[in-house]
Design a protein around this ligand. Structure first.
Ligand SMILES: N[C@@H]1[C@@H](O)[C@H](O)[C@@H](COP(=O)(O)O)O[C@@H]1O
Length: 261
């Protein structure tokens, strides 16, 4: 696992957008796995700027969704499909025909989950998966004690995650669904490159457990330690509880420029 400490969120966004641009130059039809939440927004802004300036051509890229609420109509403004359309697809000029996502409104949720795992595999697998992290260490919506081998499936949110996400629902926790579909941890680990961005002091404990704690289902993001190409990018505040921060800084400062992340 590589840990990169950046001065602030915008620098992390730029670094990750550049990695995505490099991937797209190598593989124009790359399947990009995207995440919701506030943290990845600087990535999408930086990538959009690159696309608009002509630094990268994204016209053949495909986008895959990480997780979704169960029961919200697809056109609900806070369904993750709507959020991604608004925050990622439209700014990048990517059509819904290049979008893969689970159906949170399906009558048979289990079948919809299995269909999504199959669709990801049939699309050739995710090339680069962006991840945020919950305050409890969740990735996607894999809450603590999710199986590290899990596939896409339905999960029940913790009270804390519903409280954290109530800000997207007029601050009203009652509007936050209890159930979600999420790519499983085993599904996420199949992506060729995992890139987790964490910013702010509120993520410092989760980041320390992810990077320096044991691999344990109680901190789902710690599963990144099992992946051959995982990059964790943190700002100073999110890095504040890392014991090995000096080592991580030294390693990154001395990395050959051609290597990227
Ligand atoms: N399902 C999403 C996660 O994918 C995201 O990482 C997390 C953190 O969000 P934020 O980046 O806003 O802190 O929120 C939600 O739970």
């Amino acid at each position: 696992m590589e840990v990169v400490i950046v001065p602030q969120a915008a620098a992390g966004g730029e670094l990750i957008a550049e990695a995505m641009a490099q991937l797209l130059r190598r593989k124009p039809d790359a399947l990009l796995g995207v995440a919701t939440g506030s943290t990845p927004l600087p990535i999408y802004q930086a990538l959009t700027a690159k696309v608009r300036s002509g630094a990268v051509d994204i016209s053949e890229a495909r986008i895959a969704q990480l997780d979704e609420y169960v029961g919200l109509p697809a056109d609900h403004p806070e369904s993750y499909r709507s959020v991604l359309r608004r925050e990622v697809l439209e700014p990048l000029g990517i059509g819904m025909d290049a979008f893969l996502g689970p159906d949170g409104t399906a009558e048979d949720i289990q079948a919809a989950c299995e269909a999504y795992d199959r669709a990801l595999a049939e699309a050739g697998g995710v090339d680069l998966q962006l991840l945020g992290i919950g305050t409890d260490g969740h990735i996607g919506f894999n809450e603590p004690c999710s199986s590290l081998a899990s596939r896409t499936r339905i999960k029940t949110l913790t009270e804390q995650t519903r409280i954290d996400n109530a800000r997207f629902f007029d601050g009203d926790i009652e509007q936050v669904p209890h159930h979600v579909i999420t790519q499983g941890i085993g599904t996420i680990l199949e992506a060729r490159h995992l890139v987790l961005l964490a910013t702010g002091e509120g993520k410092a404990d989760a980041v320390a457990a992810t990077v320096e704690g044991p691999v344990a289902a109680v901190c789902p993001a710690s599963a990144l330690q099992l992946h051959p190409h995982a990059t964790v990018i943190v700002d100073e505040a999110a890095a504040s509880k890392l014991k090995l921060s000096d080592y991580f800084r030294h390693t990154y400062a001395n990395k050959p420029a051609w290597q990227g992340i």
